[in-house]
Design a protein around this ligand. Structure first.
Ligand code: SF4
Length: 364
């Protein structure tokens, strides 16, 4: 990863003897390390610094499996988050974590492996339900894998279950351990995509578009299912040509038949995120455009702009292949209909639609 280094390792009390702690310390034998007390929550809503060069190892006492923080006012996909840690060594200017996390440092949970049985019991106790689970909501799924070895134990754990799928969402090309693994079933490797210009200007330390797509191609050839996420779509003069370049690269390198889903979501932010972005990335252009406050308090592009972007991009993707599992992230029934020409109407139906993609592609 471009420009990434760990300056120090902070080992919280309680994490010392967990297996993941030992692994990280073995991987980084020369990094300075300190034993520290668990971090006290700061009363402020934002932390000043993300401190992405310190790695804090935590014996986590909360829930490892959580519902994705959607909102009742928009149609949500019913995703579950496997909480492996929070904060991310990559540095996208628009990243919502800048106002979401209230503790600094890259935080990884050392007792995840020891708690997998609890997650297994939840999944196994509802055999008729499909669990769509991802690790990429509070961090990038693969960027720290070389240290943590997450994929070494998560792939076998999820692959042997019939009613779940694990999605590893990334902006890196760090797929070495995936390719080396012998587990494929129930694993989706997914890339967040954007235009070459947005990647160069706003997605700092991430892999280039071409490297992401070549990594996706390699995973596909190795037998993994793929997902793609055009999120956040950003509106700027020339956006259409930019997204066209991205779709052309997909067409060139990816066979669409094993794409399980592609989501589209437009840039959205709470006022607190705008303040954090302005402070950390004063030169960014992502606030150019017309934004309005939505029902959840988040600002989004004015509806006709969103409809135009979703409509044009979905039409273009549909030309590539008619069965890509396209869906919108956090949008209303109305926007679905105007953009895609249909709507699941509610969150329950969107869940069923995505579950049916899992059943169809992976076999019942
Ligand atoms: S890759 Fe995702 S989690 Fe990491 S900085 Fe970018 S938006 Fe945030």
């Amino acid at each position: 990863m471009k420009g990434f280094r760990i300056r120090r390792i902070l080992i919280e009390r309680g994490a010392e003897s967990d297996s993941l702690t030992k692994r990280v310390l073995d991987e980084l034998p020369n990094a300075p390390r300190e034993h520290v007390e668990p971090y006290e929550l700061a009363p402020c809503e934002n932390i000043e610094e993300m401190d992405k060069e310190s790695l804090r190892i935590i014996h986590f006492k909360g829930e490892f499996l959580k519902p994705c923080p959607g909102t009742k006012r928009y149609i949500c996909c019913g995703y579950k988050i496997l909480n492996v840690g929070s904060n991310c060594p990559l540095d996208c200017s628009y990243c919502y974590l800048q106002s979401y996390v209230n503790q600094p440092s890259l935080r990884i949970f050392s007792n995840l492996q020891e708690n997998l049985d609890v997650i297994g019991d939840i999944i196994d106790s509802s055999p008729d339900r499909i669990f769509r689970i991802g690790t990429g909501e509070f961090t990038d799924s693969l960027s720290l894998d070389f240290l943590t070895g997450w994929t070494d134990f998560l792939l076998p754990f999820f692959s042997r279950r019939k009613n779940c799928v694990l999605e590893l969402k990334t902006k890196t090309s760090s797929i070495k351990s995936l390719i080396a693994s012998r587990y494929r079933k129930a694993i989706v490797v997914a890339w967040s995509l954007n235009t070459p210009r947005i990647i160069a200007n706003e997605e700092h330390k991430t892999a280039t578009l071409k490297r992401r797509i070549l990594a996706a191609q390699e995973c596909q050839k190795a037998g993994f299912f793929l997902g793609f996420h055009f999120d956040p779509l950003l509106y700027y003069p020339g956006w259409e040509a930019g997204y066209e370049q991205t779709v052309q690269l997909l067409e060139r390198y990816i066979a669409p038949e094993s794409v399980i889903w592609i989501s589209l979501g437009s840039f959205r932010y709470m006022p607190s995120l705008k303040r954090a972005i302005k402070r950390r990335f004063p030169g960014t252009n992502i606030f150019d455009g017309e934004f309005v406050a939505g029902l959840d308090g988040k600002f989004r592009y004015f509806k006709p702009i969103r409809v135009e972007m979703y409509g044009k991009l979905s039409e273009r993707l549909d030309k590539w292949h008619h069965d890509l599992g396209l869906y919108l992230c956090m949008e209303s029934d109305d926007v679905w209909r105007q953009s895609l020409g249909w709507s699941p109407e509610n969150s329950e139906n969107l869940c069923s639609y995505l579950d049916s993609r899992v059943r169809k592609l992976m076999g019942d």
